[in-house]
Design a protein around this ligand. Sequence first.
Ligand code: SF4
Ligand code: SF4
Length: 425
Amino acid sequence: MNSPTKTKQNKLIIAKEMLGNLVDRRVLTALEVCVRCGICTESCHYYQSNPKIEHTPYYRAELVRRLYRRFFDPVGRVFPQWFGAGETTEDLLSKLAETAFSSCTLCQRCTLACPFGVETAEIMRITRSVATATGNAPDILVELANAAIAKEENAELFRDIYLDQIKDLEKEVQDILGSSKARIPVGEKGARMLYVPLAGAHTIVPQAVLFNIAQESWTLGMFEASNYAVFLADGVKAKHIAERITKEAEQVKAKEIIIAECGHAYTTMRWDVPKWRGSPLPFKVRSIIEVLDEYVREGRLHLDSAQNSQPTTYHDSCNLGRKGGIFEEPRRVIRAAASDYREMTPNRLHSYCCGGGSGLVAVEEWADIRLQAGKLKAEQIRQTGAKIVVTSCDNCRHQIKELSERHDLGIEVTSVSELAVKSLA
Ligand code: SF4
Ligand code: SF4
């Protein structure tokens, strides 16, 4: 945890200011309407995998409710013990810091179950903001967010190294396609699409193969799509990191930003960035999954399902699926690329989180927590009998690979793009 220098008093002042700013009428209503009926309990993968009171959605929100009342409710200010007997405000704040990051993946599944539509994920996002502002965020998430900002500030230092790496990847693409004309353009002005990858060749090479086959007008982005400040719920840094991409799209005059297979990067660019800017973006934002689906439907990409005959299933990323509404696009591509497709139950809107979302995968000390919370997903996968699990989010991909080892699933985990390349006709 960072910033041990912040004094207790300072932390209280910051927490109060933060809560005052972030708890708007909508969140306050959510805090007040929860009647602790427990209907949402079973909807949470943490509770399903390890049933205890701390794993219920309403327990998590209760900490925020108590803290808010202590700070702002006239009765709570005078009689704080009424809102958490035997507990000081400092105790409450440190409990909140402990639960903010590792006890909820902000998957929003519980909101579907709640008759009042209480948005626990929104409430938990506020706990993350408070924990981050009071110096209680995990160091690794802070370091990754700062590194992304530093990369932009020193872009010229990185550029040549990056271009060299991309030249090597371009050679791989040429070998796969058997054509020296295949390219990975970077910073190409006038390209219709700016494709924004993640760190890792698996988010560049297969997509470059597919773009070349589809004869797309595209260029590769300099910066990764992932935005760790989103996990910190640090709005200022998150906006800064996202702007690296929008500035690049403006420079190359792209008509579309295409986000790699990454759940939070897609929802951030699609919905949060316009909100932060206060105006719509001057370009369209799509996930690479939507683009691949379009290529298959338009006949620009010919896939042969006979190339992949092993039982195959798909894990819906919470961000792309429940939050982004992208359900059928990956399924159409997978069905075109694999002959034995099987659904998990439940799926689509009601899919369970894999347990690794919202930055949990990046924090080593949370491995046990997330792998236990993912037990339910592991069972869902086992029941399909699938040998290949396709996901459209890199976070889910890492988590499901580790779930396979922990729960002995014996599966291969892959992305939609990689599966498409394997099934090229
Ligand atoms: S969040 Fe909704 S479903 Fe869950 S306990 Fe509160 S009111 Fe009931
Ligand atoms: S948002 Fe997801 S992880 Fe968080 S309490 Fe609700 S169901 Fe559980």
